[in-house]
Ligand binder design. Sequence first.
Ligand code: FAD
Ligand code: SF4
Length: 465
Amino acid sequence: MAKISPTKTKMREQPPQERIKNFQEVPYGYSEEEAILEAQRCLQCPKPTCITGCPVEIDIPGFIGFIAKGDFPGAIRRLKEKNVLPAICGRVCPQEEQCEKLCILGKKLQPVGIGRLERFAADWEAAHGVPELPQRKRRTGKRIAVVGAGPAGLTVAGDLIQMGHEVTLFEALHEAGGVLVYGIPEFRLPKLIVGREVENLCKMGVKLVKNFVVGTTKTVDELLEEFNAVFLGTGAGLPWFMQLPGENLNGVYSANEYLTRVNLMKAYLFPQYDTPIQKGKRVATIGGGNVAMDSARTALRLGADYSMIIYRRSRVEMPARNEEIHHAEEEGVEFHFLTNPVGYYSDANGWVKEAECIKMRLGEPDSSGRRRPIPIERSNFRIPVDTVVVAIGNSPNPLVPSTTPGLETGRHGNIVTDELTGKTSKKGVFAGGDVATGAATVISAMGAGRKAARAIDEYVRTGKW
Ligand SMILES: Cc1cc2nc3c(=O)[nH]c(=O)nc-3n(C[C@H](O)[C@H](O)[C@H](O)COP(=O)(O)OP(=O)(O)OC[C@H]3O[C@@H](n4cnc5c(N)ncnc54)[C@H](O)[C@@H]3O)c2cc1C
Ligand code: SF4
């Protein structure tokens, strides 16, 4: 047997100094030869530990084995048995915390690049002809309303349509995809890819109704009069602020608003689009997750001279994916660790001009398991800024629960569900994804969607709640 390379086959990408001037995707993806080379690193373990790390249980050695043989259609077919959105997951899933973390090779060498191979197979299919659409079972005549076209809603819709039901997908915005289109920037997940997956669902028979806000256009109770069941996949789109003095100044955004203006309102396509957005020269992003990395890297691409991350803990505790932190560092984002803002100051016209911060130290671990940040007294200092992006978290929007009697919610406004089925406290209504868990990941939203689809199928066939 050939000696296994200790490192993953390198994926070529745009050089940092070039890519900060455009919004094109950073990595180029594998060529066929590179993919085969990487696939040949897989040991084809008889008891593959990697699969236990995948929330949707993809047959990882199975699809990788096809790539190793050069059978790319076989690889994508195997992948799609468990994952309807492989081009998306291959790009944004935290594989280093999931399948790749459990890959046996990782004990001594770098794990197999499972995510890169998943992306390769999906892109290969897109570049080589018409994607194979799964067969639909015999029509059941049952009608299901899916509310919210993010990863949870798209998964539920895809699974239920294959099971033979009629599915209508209601989306509040003018584009389907949820965070995949309005949050995650083009340089990490091109909109074309999400558009392709949504189009496939529509070809399979899902009826997509855009600009339809459930809770305003129609209530859940009204949908229940027309449909046999309702799935709520409305996400966690309500941004948190720190309630600091000056947070309402001009130039202070929530990451949600900032990224929506760039993505959905197309500021990333300037100068073709003249989107109203502050293209700051000194931009401070508050937070340490993927959303913060996306915002700080977006600011560079909009022309910032300094894009800073202000984070209250240290690099070790940052929740963002390693790859995102690494890319941000390469691009010149400045990191201010153990630092927290305490207020903002304005110029004479009400625009933010300074962030006042305080230094922090780390104490004992808190309920999140990470060491608790503690302010250091009299360590305040000011940083000149002209734009601030607050990226400290989100919770579900209260619109649907507040217009749906009998729908139980939890402490942060999340809809309470049964974890195995997605059943809510209201008969006929299911929920899953960020609206149930709070802000999480694409794959966990898809996993919740899959479970809910099975439970909805059983409910509409048997009528048993
Ligand atoms: C900037 C950013 C970067 C991220 N990066 C990553 C990453 O790299 N990897 C990862 O795994 N996860 C990442 N995440 C998290 C991930 O995107 C979410 O966990 C995931 O999208 C949740 O899916 P969802 O379907 O539950 O909700 P969403 O994607 O939020 O979709 C909900 C949909 O419901 C619609 N909706 C809301 N209310 C209504 C209503 N009343 N009527 C009709 N429609 C409604 C919304 O418009 C939206 O389209 C990121 C999140 C953000 C914000
Ligand atoms: S654990 Fe790693 S080496 Fe083993 S089958 Fe999975 S990907 Fe291949």
